[in-house]
Design a protein around this ligand. Structure first.
Ligand SMILES: NC(=O)c1ccc[n+]([C@@H]2O[C@H](COP(=O)([O-])OP(=O)(O)OC[C@H]3O[C@@H](n4cnc5c(N)ncnc54)[C@H](OP(=O)(O)O)[C@@H]3O)[C@@H](O)[C@H]2O)c1
Length: 249
């Protein structure tokens, strides 16, 4: 049986980079996301084989269908789950904003991961070296103005990581969390600007980073791989900031 990883939000940014890295390390990769075309593109860069799970994390019927498929696969052994999918929007906390934005951030960034994790836990427990990596954010540790719902959903991810690490230790499942800082991916409006406009948009942000630049998806993928794989076999409940030092400022 081939060792396998399931990466959510694998169609883009950090998830795509993570899927490719695991694939290059010999893992079979289950790629979960809603955009089939982009998932297919990522699959082409996965030499060890990949299977697409075209699925909305907020749709329980779709999750049931695809997790059933995972249980039926006799050729792979799911060792790692990367709960990476997420959405980001800025907003204020004034009354006229209502709760819609809060529900949206928590639905995908938090409840979606719980939904999926509950379903695949029996698979991860089978081989006594299962591992979960949750992707939170520096904003989950230290929020900024106009990001309350996103930051709270990411703080919940951190707290859940620690609780789950305690709960699943007896089943030999490790649970860890990566908190990325500012990374150049499509989640940010600046990502799709032309290079000159992007440079201008990023100037101020770069100066705020102790390392003087923003991050690349591949740099987050390296940390996710470390925590997901047996390279970190005695690490559980860890919250790893990968953020160019911004959490210290
Ligand atoms: N980039 C940053 O600066 C940064 C910083 C801190 C934390 N993060 C976190 O890193 C993670 C990855 O973000 P990214 O920067 O790589 O952004 P991205 O390029 O926009 O990727 C987000 C991914 O999430 C998937 N997704 C969103 N909603 C989904 C849903 N309902 N069901 C299934 N998949 C869904 C998207 O796939 P589809 O569109 O195909 O559904 C996409 O693959 C997120 O959790 C984000 O909060 C990012």
């Amino acid at each position: 049986m081939k060792k396998a990883v399931l990466v959510t939000g694998a169609s883009s940014g950090i998830g795509a980079a993570t899927a490719k890295l695991f694939a290059n390390q010999g893992y079979f990769v289950y790629l979960l996301g809603r955009n089939e075309e982009r998932l297919q593109e990522v699959a082409l860069s996965c030499p060890g084989g990949a299977s697409l799970l075209k699925c909305d994390l907020n749709n329980e019927a779709q999750l049931d269908k695809y997790t059933k498929h995972l249980f039926e696969r006799a050729d792979t052994q799911l060792e790692v789950l990367v709960n990476n999918a997420g959405v980001f929007e800025q907003h204020t906390s004034q009354k006229d904003e209502g709760l819609d934005i809060w529900r949206k951030m928590f639905e995908t960034n938090f409840f979606g991961s719980i939904n999926l994790t509950q379903r695949v836990l029996p698979l991860l427990a089978r081989h006594h070296q299962g591992s979960i990596v949750n992707v939170s954010s520096t904003l989950g540790l230290r929020p900024t103005a106009q990001t309350a719902a996103y930051s709270a959903s990411k703080a919940a991810m951190i707290n859940w990581t620690q609780s789950l690490a305690l709960e699943l230790g007896p089943q030999k499942i490790r649970v860890n969390c990566v908190c990325p800082g500012l990374v150049d991916t499509p989640i940010h409006a600046f990502h799709s600007l032309n290079s000159k406009a992007k440079e201008a948009a990023l100037d101020n942000m770069k100066n705020l980073q102790p390392l003087g630049r923003i991050g690349h998806p591949e740099e987050i993928a390296q940390s996710i791989y470390f925590l997901g794989s047996q390279q970190s076999s005695w690490t559980t409940g860890a919250i790893l900031s990968v953020d160019g030092g911004i959490n210290l400022t």
